[in-house]
Design a protein around this ligand. Structure first.
Ligand code: ADP
Length: 288
């Protein structure tokens, strides 16, 4: 028998919670991507930016309404995925150890993040993409979303990540956190997504390598040529860096979901963006 205090609590009926999520809260669902460049040091293998993660966990506290967190691989996932050529799909048996190692590296980073969130009182829970996604040539073909919907209805905060996923054409592939955010935003009906990276937004070219790179305040589908002209960065990402991120977000914009890419390496920027402030970085929108 549970203690009297617990017995007296009148829990809302489960069906009511699910109903309320589908009717109103889903409208306010927010998805945040914590870039690998923010939470890890991409120059060193398996290097977490401990102070940054702690600060971001504080900034994520108190976000109103349901929240989905997705994080990138940074120096955990990318070097292993590159070494074993996971994104190319199955070619030889030796890659299988690479699949195992890449996934484990991502789980370790995920676990660290979840513990940091828990310390701030956020009821975070790991959600493993490779266990519920099937991809086809690197794009999500299907994803079992039932558990995720229920997690959100309960008020838990799911934490997903870029992962090795199993692929109907290639055997396995890499699913980027960016693609995952875009997919989830559409399927779960988010109206806005916020991407935290380690630069002030999207520039005309990589700001770390080009002093004359200019910050773009808004990107719309009419900027497709500009995006194509952005060179690929050399951060060792297997998922295509900033250019691929913007392409993903332009696709999402077609469905009416607005995205903003902000500098989460600066204190309180992510916090303000998550509380609704616009124009802190680069907005990617379907608008003219
Ligand atoms: P994350 O891992 O944080 O999701 P990425 O590494 O994919 O992010 O993208 C952020 C990085 O992209 C920045 O650290 C920057 O060095 C690089 N980059 C390359 N080209 C650009 C650009 N045109 N504008 C902004 N950042 C760029």
């Amino acid at each position: 028998m549970p203690p009297a205090a617990i017995r007296q609590v009148r829990w809302p009926k489960w069906s009511d919670m699910l109903q309320s999520l589908s009717q109103s809260d889903a409208m306010k669902l927010l998805i945040v991507k914590l870039g690998g460049s923010v939470i890890t040091d991409k120059r060193k293998p398996f290097a977490i930016k401990h102070t940054v993660v702690k600060r971001l966990a504080k900034e994520l506290k108190g976000v109103p309404g349901p929240l989905v967190i997705v994080h990138g691989g940074g120096s955990f996932g990318h070097p292993l995925a590159l070494k074993y050529r996971i994104a190319d799909g199955y070619r030889e048996k030796d890659q299988l150890m690479g699949v195992s190692l890449t996934h484990l590296a991502m789980e370790k980073l995920n676990k660290y993040l979840i513990e940091a969130l828990q310390k701030e009182g956020i009821p975070a829970i790991a959600f493993q993409p490779s266990a519920c996604v099937l991809s086809s040539d690197g794009r999500i073909k299907s994803m079992e979303l039932g558990p995720l919907r229920r997690i959100l209805a309960l008020g838990l905060v799911p934490v997903l990540y870029g992962d090795v996923v199993f692929d109907v054409k290639k055997g396995f592939s890499i699913l980027s956190g960016d693609q995952l955010v875009s997919y989830l935003a559409r399927k779960l009906g988010a109206t806005r997504v916020v991407f935290g990276v380690d630069v002030d937004g999207v520039y005309t070219s990589c700001p770390k390598r080009n002093d004359r790179a200019e910050l773009l305040r808004v990107i719309t589908p009419s900027d497709v040529k500009l995006v194509a002209s952005m060179e690929k960065d050399e951060t060792g990402d297997v998922t295509g860096g900033m250019q691929a991120k913007v392409r993903e977000l332009l696709e999402l914009a077609k469905f009416g979901v607005e995205a903003e890419i902000v500098n989460a390496a600066r204190a309180n920027v992510l916090k303000e963006a998550l509380r609704g402030k616009r124009g802190l970085g680069t907005i990617v929108t379907g608008g003219k």
